[in-house]
Design a protein around this ligand. Sequence first.
Ligand code: NAD
Length: 484
Amino acid sequence: MEASTELVQEIVAKIMKEMSKTESVAEKKCDCSGGCKGNGSCKNNEDYIFSDVDSAVAAAKQAYKELKKLSIKERENIIHKIREKCLTYAERLSVMAVDETGMGRVEDKITKHLLVAEKTPGTEDLTTTAWSGDGGLTLVEQGPFGVIAAITPSTNPTATVFCNSIGMIAAGNSVVFAPHPGAKECTKFAVKLVNEASIEAGGPKNIVVTFDKPSIEITSALMNHKDIPFISATGGPGVVKQACSSGKRAIGAGAGNPPVIVDETADIKAAARDIIDGATFDNNLPCIAEKEIVAVEEICDELVEEMQKNGAYLLEDPELIKKLVNTVLIRKGDKVTLNRKFVGRDAKVILDAIGVYAEDSVRCIIFKGCKKHLLIVEELMMPILGIVTVKDFEEAVEVAVELEHGNRHSAHMHSKNIDRLTYFAREVDTAIFVKNAPSYSALGVGAEGYPTFTIASKTGEGLSSAKTFTKARRCVLKDSLSIK
Ligand code: NAD
């Protein structure tokens, strides 16, 4: 059968039209919701990962607009999916974080993800305050800020992304994550999972976004971006200072150096076990973990003996202690910094580095030192615990307060004397104070309360949750709706 000229022309025209469509798709270099209008100038080849601050914030802003249209129930559905992802991928995220950063322990990071998935508060954390009477009804509700800049630490990268995402999204915000450059790959994966959760639950894409190549410059530019009204800074003193001086609403979850006091009334066996458990969790990376012990003279030797039974290695030779200082710290003039090679590493690896052979069962290095000892004064984030011996409880409080450095972060105590526990809690004035338990009890592990890995020590919000990421909004209806 021969095709008519008209039919051939019709087919050719159709093919040409299809080809021109294909061409225009090929020309479209980018499908992001950022600022490049599809021409690829932003070089964003994937949603949720951006190379520049403007595109990242624009994409998150678009997601925020879409999130605002959803009901609380729909918002909660997204949170539910995020929890599922966190549970399902807990092991993979933990392995990735340890592999990439070289810090911490996989099994403890898994515990953190499970804790986040199961116990981080969602939308139920948001409350309403009401006054009603002859003048009508007045409500104060907790509303979102918009796009939050969340700066996250290398020591706990992925669990922080999930915990922040749950709280910040539950409060109605979208998030731009600025991770530590040393934890960018595992952070990207965590951000991808949160986006998948949102999309699967019918929520917006780019509900959380991050950067392809994060850097201090990007983080600084993000904090100063005009469309960022709220900064959540989880990290060391540098980033907290910068966030707090941004002129924006900021929470500063900064460094700690938590002392733990043990007095002569304590159950010494339990104290030793709890301190070693708390101080070795994720190899002492958590900012809340016991970082040095202040022990009353009378019970000090017994405490050391009990800690040895729980996997502590007692370093006594002054030359080896000096070697330990020179191994885990780097001194440049007056400045002391941590040797990152040993942050969050196993006690055995650290002992190896100073030429001490130890059994695999060793979990922590302990030594006796004065309150000015560098390994006691510095926030090490390594399983190394210095012990300062004091004559009595009064001196213990004085020394512990000094060692906390006014961070107002965390402090712990083992004692059976309620008056003393109360006294130290008041004197040290920290966001977290754990009595007769491992430090991680503060995060609801084996104790009451919810977890978070953003503890706003500097700015006073304490353990953050959804309500931390809201602003108060008063709504007034005059003369009506009071049915008292
Ligand atoms: P870090 O301060 O080196 O980095 C934290 C984050 O801040 C990273 O994203 C990093 O890129 C960024 N950053 C650092 N300096 C900056 C600057 N000058 N300008 C802009 N951005 C900057 O800390 P880290 O080693 O990743 O994490 C460990 C520290 O974080 C410890 O001090 C620990 O106590 C603290 N921390 C606190 C909490 C808390 O809830 N309070 C939780 C986890 C960790």
